[in-house]
Design a protein around this ligand. Structure first.
Ligand SMILES: Nc1ncnc2c1ncn2[C@@H]1O[C@H](COP(=O)(O)OP(=O)(O)O)[C@@H](O)[C@H]1O
Ligand SMILES: O=C(CO)[C@H](O)[C@H](O)COP(=O)(O)O
Length: 557
């Protein structure tokens, strides 16, 4: 029998990565990356001089289609695989990355009459300008003792659908009114591929507060926020919600000719990028915490039980692997913090030395920072450069570095930033453990583990746990391909379930990162200092971060 393949597409913050996977061996046969030509739109709208406010982050939906147009034909031609050998396609996406659509399913930002309104564009997951709305949602839900709040650690995020939808209603009621649907980008791309309006249970559960039995927040609650939101769930969020691995539909003729695949190829319902990575590192049972480390980090774990605790961003039944409660927590910036330092703050001399040695700035700083021992720099940082997603769920918090002196070196700051993100992860592990979700093992995947060994050693030392690393640099796309093969089903040469797919083709590397005892002891002390700063700035010891942010926002008006 001819070999069978599946394609997975990982829609990240800056680019879409397409991977062709051999379903009999798990071999990654070909991969291609399409960088979004509009990138993250956070200063002004394309083709206009319309300036965006603080904390805005938008995208262009055309960039998502470019990934299909460019990268799918590319992996087919690189590999020589025949289109009919590709039995399934799955996608994963950043989330909540949402957009308003008209009644034909066209994003409003692509229509001449709406394109100058920032609210007609795709709001990227890291659009944080709906914090006011999030605060008001949280106050109202707490006051009304809404049951759903418990499943989200007591707070909904400004990154999620409800806050973003309400921001549109508040600031651009005409856009809200005209929007027939508000859709996750993951579901919109699946709709383009198949012509079917199908939502996936993962983004619906984690980002739109949907529950398998209780549905969305009640009309009564939505009306209590704003009468204009009352019908939100029944109208703009309508559509069947299908569980992960379900076949959303077959590839349309139009999409078949755009991609070079054959019409009718099975397309799985969408998924969140981080969540797709869990089975891709072979995790399909409880107790194994998966760190998906890239621009941001998500922390995902399965459990047999539903527990509620502060700091857990969300628990969704069947949200990651059917049959389990899937838990998510996260840090809104990780790679983004290192990128900030490299792009905005590293001195010119560092850039010169890196270029002289033929290394990237990250690589040079990593090499120099690895020469330092833990605690030697006298620096300690908080990891809130893009707010705190867990444990505090507050986008108005910001970054801190304590201990700077005239002697401080760039590699010391770089290392302090790596360490800060590791402390943030340890705080999340504590939250899970104290909340009753057992964390026995750590798995790391995403773009960072294979790029920065020092980072991974620091994570092992700070958490005191051995870390297993994904055997693929394209973990999201690999997981998406696995779900694509499940959607195709066994009769087509795919898999009967995601658990079967994980058993047959998912794997981790043999090499692991093990904690170094002497470092663990030092980091234990530094972590307790981190916690002191964390609670001081984050739990009301000082509101200086919020005052500074308010001053900055007022000044820019
Ligand atoms: N050697 C490195 N060390 C630390 N961070 C890095 C390194 N190389 C790239 N990064 C950061 O990794 C992030 C990109 O991660 P990746 O997983 O590829 O993308 P995404 O999160 O968009 O899916 C960027 O924030 C970038 O600054
Ligand atoms: O909230 C998310 C998942 O729940 C975002 O999709 C994620 O944090 C962004 O992913 P990346 O860092 O890989 O761009």
């Amino acid at each position: 029998m001819k070999r069978r393949y599946a394609i997975g597409i990982d829609y990240g913050t800056e680019s879409g990565r397409v991977l062709l996977v051999d379903l009999s061996t798990g071999e990654e046969v070909a991969t291609h990356v399409t960088t979004y030509s509009h990138g993250v739109i956070d200063e002004k709208l394309p083709e206009t001089s319309e300036k965006l406010g603080h904390d805005w982050a938008l995208q262009h939906p055309g960039d998502y289609i470019d990934v299909l147009r460019q990268s799918i034909p590319e992996v087919l031609s690189q590999s020589g695989v025949q289109p009919e050998q590709v039995i399934g396609l799955g996608i994963d996406f950043t989330a909540c990355t949402m957009m308003p659509l008209d009644s034909k399913g066209t994003p409003l930002c692509l229509l001449a009459e709406w394109k100058d309104n920032p609210h007609s564009w795709v709001k990227l997951w890291k659009h944080h300008a709906a914090q006011d709305e999030a605060n008001r949602i949280n106050e109202a839900a707490a006051q009304r003792k809404e049951k759903f709040l418990l499943r989200y650690g007591g707070k909904l995020s400004s990154e999620w659908m409800l806050a973003k939808a309400w921001q549109i209603l508040n600031e651009a009621p005409d856009v809200y009114e005209h929007a027939d649907l508000l859709m996750e980008a993951a579901d919109w791309v699946v709709m383009q591929l198949t012509g079917e309006l199908v939502r996936n249970s993962c983004t619906a559960g984690y980002k739109s507060v949907w529950h398998k039995r209780d549905g969305f927040p009640s009309r009564d609650f939505l009306r209590s926020l704003d009468p204009g939101l009352e019908q939100l769930a029944d109208t703009k969020l309508r559509g069947p919600i299908k569980k992960l691995g379900t076949r959303a539909g077959g590839l349309t003729d139009e999409m078949a000719s755009l991609t070079g695949l054959i019409p009718g190829t099975a397309v799985a319902v969408g998924n969140i990028d981080a969540h797709a990575m869990v089975p891709a590192v072979s995790v399909v049972t409880p107790g194994k915490l998966v760190l998906t480390m890239g621009t941001s980090t998500c922390h995902l774990i399965l459990s047999d039980n539903e527990v509620h605790a502060e700091g857990i961003a969300g628990v969704v039944e069947d949200g990651i692997i059917p049959g389990y409660y899937g838990y998510e927590a996260g840090q809104s910036a990780v790679g983004d913090i290192f990128a900030w330092y490299v792009n905005e703050a590293a001195p010119i001399d560092v850039k010169r030395q890196a270029s002289e040695t033929g290394m990237s700035i990250h690589e040079w700083l990593e090499r120099e920072a690895a020469k330092l021992s833990p605690g030697a720099s006298g620096l300690l940082a908080l990891d809130w450069w893009n707010g705190s997603r867990s444990v505090l769920m507050d986008a108005d918090l910001s970054g801190v570095i304590v201990g700077l002196t005239l002697q401080t070196r760039p590699e010391e700051i770089y290392r302090a930033l790596l360490e800060a993100t590791a402390y943030g992860t340890r705080a999340i592990i504590d939250t899970f453990t104290q909340g009753g979700v057992e964390v026995n093992e750590l798995y790391a995947c995403g773009g960072l583990p294979q790029r920065n060994r020092l980072l991974m050693q620091i994570y092992a030392d700070v958490t005191g746990k051995e870390i297993k690393i994904a055997d693929t640099a394209q973990t999201g796309a690999f997981g998406a391909a696995m779900f694509g093969a499940v959607a195709a089903g066994t009769e087509k040469g795919g898999f009967g379930s995601i658990v079967e797919a994980a058993e047959k083709i998912a794997r981790v590397r043999e090499e692991t990162f093990k904690p170094i005892e002497a470092n663990v002891r030092i980091y234990d002390r530094l972590y307790s200092d981190y916690k002191e700063l964390h609670d001081y700035f984050g739990r009301g010891g000082s509101d200086v971060m919020k005052r500074l942010k308010a001053m900055k926002t007022n000044n820019s008006r």
